[in-house]
Ligand binder design. Structure first.
Ligand code: NAP
Ligand code: MG
Length: 403
């Protein structure tokens, strides 16, 4: 066998929980370590370790990502009351992704892995559509009030100098509801920059949409900040790369995306991104084929699968049953991270290996060798449903012939 590929800078590796933790190990053993002299700084974000370290390990992993620049993360349990009992936890630790996102201050980009024999539900879609979701504010940090009966609701802002700005929201004659929400220029600027950088990185057009005709200050501020950042910092780079920045109203964007061939980054405000990413993921076929990357404004990258730890499969695995969990999105988290590491360190062989591994994985599915979740989505029906390990071995066969 040829000599193993060497790495210059370590990857930050964040291990996780349940079925994805099992698959994580298999991917490394079967598809990575035989070919690469894998160099990682390892953090065990499995729930047991997070509990032992009072969740310090999650913070350490995020800080290491800031130091080294590229991380790959396995899915992790976000504890709820039932998990506190199941794992006998000291407390209900926060979502690791939330903690990491707060430290890296990033934007999350989600895109589907496209294979020829899974037809998107939308006939015209030929290329992936990436949703870039703003991850701060709006209704996710709102204040709500249930109006009990007649009365006047006002919007009051008191400045640092004590000056007030006051506006009537509504004179209620009976019961109703009110909601107050906010966002920050700083957060919108970094969202905009993350989107423009990512578009340049993957060489795709950037679309952005809000409801600025109705929301003349709130949504209009988003529109204005994106335009200002584009004009001042990205216009030349986009023109040189032959890329387009396109702004339109959210309802127009929805109509155009459905009619399009795909192949763009679609930047969405927080709520729009929440809703649209589930729609796009489902329309492309399966959550198990959706990748996710967190990009921070200062250029750090954290790659992961969009799905969770696949608990139901894990309980079957613990009973000794063979499971057919789809490892595609987790493999692509690894290849995404290896490619980015290769780009940053100028390692052509590392980039080329990651590309070949992606090709082998796609080839396997296109040959009809698939995990159970894809069985109903694949055309034609000439398929072989295998378990996770058999699937990885099938990818490895194809990888070896490509290499
Ligand atoms: P999930 O792990 O994504 O799984 C939900 C269902 O989707 C599975 O039961 C399975 O359906 C199907 N599925 C998802 N990924 C699959 C794959 N790779 N291969 C085959 N089928 C797949 O979501 P969940 O059950 O709601 O959450 C489980 C745990 O994951 C929770 O503790 C949650 O906190 C955590 N979570 C973590 C992340 C993250 O770390 N980024 C994200 C989401 C959830 P069938 O059972 O019908 O086969
Ligand atoms: Mg959602």
């Amino acid at each position: 066998m040829a000599e193993k590929i060497k790495m210059a800078t370590p990857l930050v590796e964040m291990d996780g929980d349940e079925m994805t933790r099992v698959i994580w190990q298999m991917i490394k053993d079967i598809l990575i370590k035989p070919y690469i002299e894998l160099n990682t700084v390892y953090f065990d974000l499995g729930l047991k370790k997070r509990d032992e370290t009072e969740d310090q390990i999650t913070t350490d992993a995020a800080l290491a990502t800031k130091k080294y620049g590229v991380a790959v993360k396995c899915a992790t349990i976000t504890p709820n009351a039932q998990r506190v009992e199941e794992y006998n936890l000291k407390q209900m630790w926060k979502s690791p992704n939330g903690t990491i996102r707060a430290i890296l201050d990033g934007t999350v980009f989600r895109s589907p892995i496209i294979v020829k024999n899974i037809k998107p539900f939308v006939r015209t879609w030929k290329k992936p559509i990436t949703i870039a979701r703003h991850a701060y504010g709006d209704i996710y940090k709102d204040v709500e009030f249930r109006v009990p009966g007649p009365g006047k609701a006002e919007l009051v802002f008191t400045s640092g100098e004590g000056e007030t700005h006051r506006e009537t929201i509504h004179d209620f004659q009976g019961k109703g509801v009110i909601l107050g929400m906010h966002n920050l220029d700083k957060s919108i600027y970094s969202f905009a920059r993350a989107c423009f950088n990512y578009a340049l990185d993957v060489k795709q057009d950037l679309w952005f949409a809000t409801k600025d005709t109705i929301s003349k200050k709130y949504d209009h501020t988003f529109k204005d900040i994106f335009q200002e950042v584009y004009d001042n910092e990205y216009k030349d780079k986009f023109e040189r790369a032959n890329l387009e920045y396109f702004y339109t109203l959210i309802d127009d964007a929805v109509a155009r995306v459905i009619r399009s061939e795909g192949g763009m980054i679609w930047a969405c405000k927080n709520y729009d991104g929440d809703v649209m990413s589930d729609m796009v993921a489902t329309a492309f076929g399966s959550l198990a084929m959706m990748t996710s990357v967190l990009v921070s404004p200062d250029g750090n990258y954290e790659y992961e699968a969009a799905h969770g730890t696949v608990t139901r499969h894990y309980y079957r695995y613990l009973k000794g049953e063979s499971t057919s969990t789809n490892p595609m999105a987790t493999i692509f988290a690894w290849t995404g991270a290896l490619k980015k590491r290769g780009e940053l360190d100028n390692l052509a062989d590392l980039i080329s290996f990651a590309e070949k591994l992606e090709k082998a994985a796609i080839q396997t599915v296109e040959d009809g060798v698939i995990t159970k979740d894809l069985a109903d989505l694949i055309v034609p029906e000439d398929i072989k449903v295998v378990n996770s390990e058999e699937f990885l071995l099938a990818i490895n066969e194809r990888l070896q012939s490509i290499l």
